[in-house]
Design a protein around this ligand. Structure first.
Ligand SMILES: *Cc1c(COP(=O)(O)O)cnc(C)c1O
Length: 339
């Protein structure tokens, strides 16, 4: 089976499983699991922040951040297609009772200017704007990368207006291997950063929320209340340490394979448009006749699996378990379908 549905589908490698098997563990709710502590210190160090906290999912790290940065009734500014709004089941309204101000913008990205124009005035009729969120890479925007200067500009607006700034960096390392950016340069623009270990980095489970000590102390309280505090979870943290130590640089390979797929697709008769590929996500739209589900059915007959984004749009995501020989199989299948 060739699985292009998501980079979450990777299975732990033999070496990762060995690292998990060997992990020293304790009870992380009592904060005495040495492997979790090591992972949290490692991540904080990489991103040049004081502390971090290991959580079951990226949805949870994002939602904890929102909960800590806001009070009920506040407003969060983010893009209409942001994962925190579009793909987290209404969690911020459910868990934190916040309102959203949804911005539009090409590639799923927002700008400092747009943020500035949407900060609510100090007027009792209006919700209090307290948090701005961006996603990098931007999943639904086509795995696109923010220009660093655009992030600087949003961060300046946040600072000048006393707003918190959160980065959903589920795939931040796919960005950094592409543009040569440093994790700490990016992190200094934000009050908090969320990073997924279970995507392209290949760990089975887990995300990290990174910030200053005071923020992470509050996050630890919220994680408990959200039911995300875990016990001998060092076995999973060991997979995270293995992933951060071994699987970052190779993300460039995933990005390159995605670009190769993007190139093939843009030359096929049945493809209307491919969003220019910047990282490991390929989003393309079909021409009139066919629906995404019909097309996905044909791929499935060739044991290739992917997901629809809407009625005409499909997403491919490359990852650790998607090999060059699979890439060639997909290429020949796509070319056959276009005959
Ligand atoms: C996958 C993803 C997350 C977190 O998803 P979980 O499945 O909850 O770990 C958050 N943000 C983005 C942009 C993602 O792609």
């Amino acid at each position: 089976m060739i699985d292009l549905r998501s980079d979450t589908v990777t299975r732990p490698s033999k070496e990762m499983l060995e690292a998990m098997f060997m992990a020293k563990v304790g009870d992380d709710v009592f904060q005495d699991d040495p492997t979790v502590i090591a992972l949290e210190e490692m991540a904080a160090g990489m991103f040049g922040k004081e502390a971090s906290i290991f959580c079951p999912s990226g949805t949870m790290t994002n939602q904890i951040a929102i909960n800590v940065h806001t009070r009920p009734g506040d407003e969060v500014i983010c893009h209409r297609y942001s994962h925190i709004y579009y793909y987290e089941g209404g969690a911020m309204m459910r868990n934190s009772g916040v309102s959203v101000c949804l911005l539009d913008g090409p590639k799923g990205q927002i700008t400092g200017e747009e943020v500035k124009n949407h900060i609510n005035p100090d007027d009792i009729h209006r919700p209090v704007t307290s948090l701005v969120e961006v996603e990098n890479s931007m999943n639904k925007g086509g795995g696109t990368i923010y220009k660093f200067d655009d992030l600087v500009s949003i961060s300046e607006v946040c600072r000048a207006n006393g707003l918190s700034f959160h980065l959903d960096g589920a795939r931040i390392f796919n960005v950094l291997v592409e543009n040569g950016g440093k994790p700490d340069e990016y992190a200094q623009l934000f009050n908090s950063v969320s990073v997924c270990l279970s995507k392209g980095l290949g760990a089975p489970i887990g995300s990290l929320l990174i910030g200053d000590k005071h923020f992470i102390r509050r996050a630890r309280r919220v994680r408990k209340a959200f039911g995300g505090a875990m016990r001998q979870v060092g076995y999973l943290a060991a997979a995270g340490i293995y992933a951060l130590s071994n699987n970052i640089n190779r993300l460039k390979i995933d990005n390159d394979r995605a670009k190769y797929l993007g190139n093939i697709l843009s030359n096929l008769s049945f493809v209307e448009k491919v969003i220019p590929v910047e990282t490991n996500i390929v989003i393309f739209t079909l021409r009139e006749k066919e629906t995404a589900n019909e097309f996905l059915g044909k791929l499935k007959e060739n044991d290739i699996h992917a997901l629809p984004i809407d009625a005409k749009t499909i997403r491919f995501v490359t990852h650790l378990d998607f090999t060059d020989s699979m890439l060639l199989s997909v290429e020949s299948c796509l070319k056959n379908l276009s005959k």
